[in-house]
Ligand binder design. Structure first.
Ligand SMILES: NC(=O)c1ccc[n+]([C@@H]2O[C@H](COP(=O)([O-])OP(=O)(O)OC[C@H]3O[C@@H](n4cnc5c(N)ncnc54)[C@H](OP(=O)(O)O)[C@@H]3O)[C@@H](O)[C@H]2O)c1
Length: 296
């Protein structure tokens, strides 16, 4: 982050720190010639783009990662026009086995190191599970589950050694209930929240922030891409803008909140989903998520 992690609400508790001071100063020395950066996967569109804008507005060196070179270039130009500061970009499919190395090389080439990782890139899949293509399901798991796990595991040890930085994993309100008609997607987000909360507990007090972001519906192209734009949840549930979600995410992350749920409606929904039994909530979700409305 720009400035010291102490500029955030510091989470460094000496009795929890597992790294000896010599290791900490060696780890900090190793990056002393580089600037700390916030790396946002899927920063070229939607929520990732809004998060990049928010981090830039707050003067963090920001790097967006995506697979589409023209779209990445457009996003860099749009972010520069909106904030006056140009982000860096790295062309990378984060599901590729060498993604960690590609990102590390891109950062190094720009004189940066990975201080904050935002695992935002994610895809959805709608329709009955048995009718979905096995390849599409594998792609979803590779991105929403495997890449998040791999990038988190690769980044965390150095963050712990430096006693600064952190990881923000973008999950969803869908983490709190099974989602018939988006079964694999909802299950993938349950994994992200579980993983994130567990790791946040493990690193607590060691100067590293680990948070999950759990937004409800957000107005991005995500829904039309999976053919769910005419599902009941799009018509009945309130949506937030990506910018509002990003503001809430930034604030929550800086305060070291473990799970950030943007918006009052979504906060109430999480409480209801924790209290009500699945026998009540799952059939309701079935109705919300079914792609039962004719195309416009
Ligand atoms: N929209 C919602 O209602 C909503 C609600 C809750 C949670 N979320 C979560 O929020 C995150 C962002 O969603 P969004 O609505 O902003 O989606 P989006 O508009 O579809 O944007 C997805 C981003 O991910 C990138 N991406 C996709 N596959 C990638 C890959 N293999 N490697 C690198 N980048 C990749 C895309 O860029 P390229 O295609 O150019 O690579 C794009 O920048 C996702 O994790 C989603 O599950 C969304």
């Amino acid at each position: 982050m720009q400035g010291k992690p102490g500029a955030w609400i510091s989470r460094l508790l000496p009795w929890r720190a597992s790294v000896d001071p010599a290791t900490v100063s060696a780890a900090l020395d190793a990056v002393s010639q580089l600037k700390p950066a916030v790396v946002i996967t899927g920063g070229s569109r939607g929520i990732g783009f809004a998060l990049a804008k928010r981090f830039l507005e707050k003067n963090h060196e920001t790097v967006i990662v995506g697979r589409n070179a023209p779209r990445l270039a457009e996003a860099v130009a749009e972010l520069k026009a909106a904030t006056g500061i140009g982000p860096f970009s790295i062309l990378c499919d984060v599901t590729e086995a060498n993604a960690v190395d590609v990102i590390a090389a891109g950062l190094n080439g720009a004189g940066l190191y990975l201080d904050v990782l935002v695992n935002n890139a994610g895809i959805g899949l709608a329709g009955p599970f048995a009718a979905q293509s096995p390849l599409d399901i594998s792609r979803l798991v590779a991105l929403n589950v495997e890449s998040v796990t791999r990038l988190t595991r690769a980044a965390l040890p150095q963050m712990i050694a430096r006693q600064r930085g952190g990881i923000l994993n973008v999950a969803s309100l869908g983490a709190y209930v099974p989602g018939p008609n988006q079964a694999a997607y909802y299950a993938s987000k349950a994994y992200v929240v579980s993983l994130t909360e567990a790791i946040a507990s493990e690193v607590s007090g060691q100067g590293v922030h680990v948070s999950a972001l759990a937004p409800g519906p957000v107005d991005t192209a995500f829904h039309s891409r999976i053919g769910a734009d005419r599902s009941l949840y799009r018509l009945l549930l309130p949506s937030m803008t990506a910018d509002r979600v990003a503001r809430s995410a930034y604030r929550g992350f800086m305060f070291g909140q473990r799970v950030i749920v943007p918006g009052i409606f979504n906060t109430a929904a999480v409480i209801a989903l924790k209290v009500l039994p699945h026998i009540v909530t799952v059939p309701i979700m079935y109705g919300f998520l079914k792609r039962n409305l004719p195309p416009r």
